[in-house]
Design a protein around this ligand. Sequence first.
Ligand code: DI6
Ligand code: FE
Length: 398
Amino acid sequence: MPSDKILLANVNVATMQSGSAAYGMMTDAAVLLDGDQIEWVGNAKDAPDLPITDLGGRLMTPGLIDCHTHLVYGGDRAREFEMRLEGATYEEVARAGGGIVSTVGATRQASVDDLLGSALPRADALIAEGVTTLEIKSGYGLNEETELNMLRAARRVGETRQVDVKTTYLGAHATPAEYKGRDDDYIDEVAIPALRAAHAAGLADAVDGFCEGIAFTPAQIARVFDTARQLDLPIKLHAEQLSNLGGAKLAATRGALSCDHLEYLGENGVEAMAAAGTVAVILPGAFFTLRETQKPPIEALRAAGVPIAVATDANPGSSPLTSILLTMNMACTLFRLTPEEALAGVTRIAAQAVGLSDRGVIAPGMRADLAIWDVKRPGELAYRMGFNPLHRRIFGGV
Ligand code: DI6
Ligand code: FE
């Protein structure tokens, strides 16, 4: 028997396959890995006759997937947090050089090495909680050079650490100061050409935008999506976070992988997402940080059969959050997801949100990305706050 086969035994497996038992649970199970793939999973008594790695009756889940992050950026916004708590308004913060503009300034000043260096501790925090796949967006460069540098730094996170990184181009995130009042020109002269350049350099796996009163209109986002279609890149959208502009319907109609945030999503947006099979990515960290009170329409999404993913939205402004486990807890506590929905939201459904069909469940043929936990039942993963029960993480069979 070749030595790259590993039999993991004495383990309870939350396979996260839908349709079967809750969590796709298999007790007294064994999992056979062949290199970077899962070859077999089943009852321990049916396992092939091989030396075993004893997991001591622990719980195994698929490796976790954070399907929406802005992990790469320059500087920080801690001072702005203080100012707001001292009573400063958003406008005063902006006039004092804060807000998204300050992150753009600091990101433009940073080299790719600098961006990598500041992103790694944030990636490490997620990896330490069992994350094996990470989506990272650009969107704080807002010029071609810096947007591409952000994507280069994101790729390098995946080369430097044992984690698979999917990059998303988010040039249509905000209008930079030099284009103030000229949003259309920014889209045509910067966001679209930089998307072409990112694609030509092989740096973009998907395309995202921020469709919002304080960002871009559906018509402007549609132009970016037209270019994505020409380049054959999948699309996603920050939609209906602060108001309902119809971004989710636009994105879903064009076959988006996901629409994200969705606090102000209306019934026609839900219907369009259901019809297209678009994933709803909910981001409780941003909801919490902004002290939002309008919740995403979870009940309507469930009723329509829209798959729901959960992600950190890790970013310096609206979600300085790098704990996927706390994010799961917040999805349950704030949005009333069940712990099973929260775990599916960072495994099977998160894989769908980033367009990957080779991970997110434990089944033959899937990537051997696994997390092994010192807990008895999978519901415990969403239950605690500030406690990390990860025992071991397996990335690509290692
Ligand atoms: N939605 C948000 O909440 C953030 N970006 C986005 O598209 C805000 C990002 C920031 O404040 O830095
Ligand atoms: Fe975001």
